[in-house]
Design a binder for this molecule. Structure first.
Ligand SMILES: C[S@@+](CC[C@H](N)C(=O)[O-])C[C@H]1O[C@@H](n2cnc3c(N)ncnc32)[C@H](O)[C@@H]1O
Length: 195
């Protein structure tokens, strides 16, 4: 089944979809296998491919996704059906900025992969629904090499870059958290809520 996901990821990449990069995808699945979460939250679902791979890797988990694009939600739900995980996956449709503050319950794994300029804004509410011992996995934290890198940032990306720097600083300095940064591809951070 994972081979079929990999095939669909290649197809999606060729179609220009914003697919999680290969090493980051592997790291996501390795982290899920290690942490064995029961309740996963995914911000930014797209075609549902990473979500399906997480659910296949962890057969006892359920997934809640947040996605703004109605067309993508339809395609993701079709994919959930195709891979037999539809009963374990639901999607909240709308803007993550509006949905995250009203989330209830607890999640033990959060995959943050939505709009890059909003991670810092989402952080306090995400931490409040993350259980102690839970994991926050964030993609694109080095944002095209503009964050912590030597790549000159075009003016239009300055706000996103600064917001991402604030996010990285917050997850690295909060004494309740333990964070590891992976400087590969577009940058991944893995944060554990330790208390
Ligand atoms: C990088 S893709 C997600 C890929 C997916 N996590 C995966 O690995 O297969 C980002 C998704 O975030 C969605 N998105 C963008 N802005 C959003 C917002 N404000 N609220 C919710 N979803 C948003 C996009 O429509 C897109 O499908």
């Amino acid at each position: 089944m994972i081979n079929e996901i990999i095939r669909l990821r290649e197809k999606a990449k060729q179609a220009g979809e914003p697919v999680l990069r290969d090493k980051s995808f592997e790291l996501l699945l390795d982290t899920v296998k290690k942490e064995k979460p029961k309740k996963i939250l995914e911000i930014g679902v797209n075609l549902g491919l990473s979500g399906i791979a997480m659910l296949i890797s962890e057969p006892n988990a359920s997934l809640s996704g947040i996605e703004i694009d109605e067309e993508k939600i339809k395609l993701a739900k079709d994919n959930y059906k195709k891979f037999g995980v539809f009963d374990r996956a639901k999607i909240f449709q709308g803007d993550a900025s509006e949905i995250i503050p009203v989330l209830t319950g607890e999640y033990d794994f959060i995959f943050l992969d939505g709009p890059k300029g909003h991670y810092y804004e989402y952080l306090p509410n995400l931490l409040s629904v993350l259980s102690v011992g839970g994991t926050l996995f964030a993609d694109n934290v080095l944002f095209r090499g503009y964050v912590l890198g030597s790549v000159k940032t075009p003016h239009r990306f300055n706000t996103t870059k600064h917001s991402m720097e604030n996010f990285l600083n917050a997850i690295s300095t909060d004494p309740n958290l333990s964070t590891k940064l992976y400087e590969m591809e577009d940058g991944v951070s893995i944060t554990k809520k330790i208390k």
